[in-house]
Design a protein around this ligand. Sequence first.
Ligand code: MF3
Ligand code: CO
Ligand code: CO
Length: 289
Amino acid sequence: MSGLSARRAAVASASGGRAGGRDSGTRVVPIHGPEAFAAMRRAGQLAAATLDHVTPLVRPGVSTGELDRVIERFMRDHGGVPATLGYKGYTKSCCISVNHVVNHGIPSDDKWLEAEDIANIDVTVILDGWYGDTSRMFVVGGRTSVKRQRLVDVTFEALWAGIRAVRPGATLGDVGHAIQRVAEAARFSVVRDFVGHGIGRTFHEAPEVRHFGKPGEGLVLRPGMLFTIEPMINAGRAEVKILKDGWTTVTRDREPSAQFEHTVGVTEDGVEVFTLSPKGWHRPPYEGA
Ligand code: MF3
Ligand code: CO
Ligand code: CO
């Protein structure tokens, strides 16, 4: 995800398919057909399999740089390319965001995971020209504090509340509201500065998918729309800042943050989630990893 205004500027020329309405930035939202859904299924499954592949390696002492190399290799071995490589000057194959890092943590050989860390690994693959984008949380060493564990659990439930709100005739406001309700009922806060996004043959396009909102407001969902839902939930306040590297986003109060992401499509009768884990590793603890 990129910043709200950056996203708006970057995808003004998003194209493809019929117009399915306009999003909050008044950009046209493409409608895709069955061939696109088949391609998105393949790309989404490769992205999810990439996270499955790296899961057993997410242990105390591993560097995030090493995980990045394993991720790039797995994608290429399966005919894919890491979408983040060279994207707006980004030089890694994934983002790994630990503890109070909200998103876009840059993998490094000098950054080692420690027991009790909570880490998000976000991968995006391009397969046959189509994008699959997904992220999950990891609890390093299998145990963490009560607060961090609850944040991970609530963020997972918030994503799924959003996914369950997706159906033809529902609105993006319904989706955002469902997410916000779960987060705020737990007395956590929803990050406002980053959003989910339309996806398909481009990485980021219309619509902008906010993780907060009011029921009945915003874009009316139609079969054939493709987008990500990727709530970032903070244990403390919602405010974030971007570090001098231009990417790493952290919470201003240095309280922990969590995120899960799926790529979904609107179907005739609901929603298809393209990025489900083939191994059933949906939320930590990842049994058998
Ligand atoms: N995968 C992120 C998303 O969910 C985008 C990462 S862009 C990067 O949209 F350049 F930071 F890798
Ligand atoms: Co995304
Ligand atoms: Co992502």
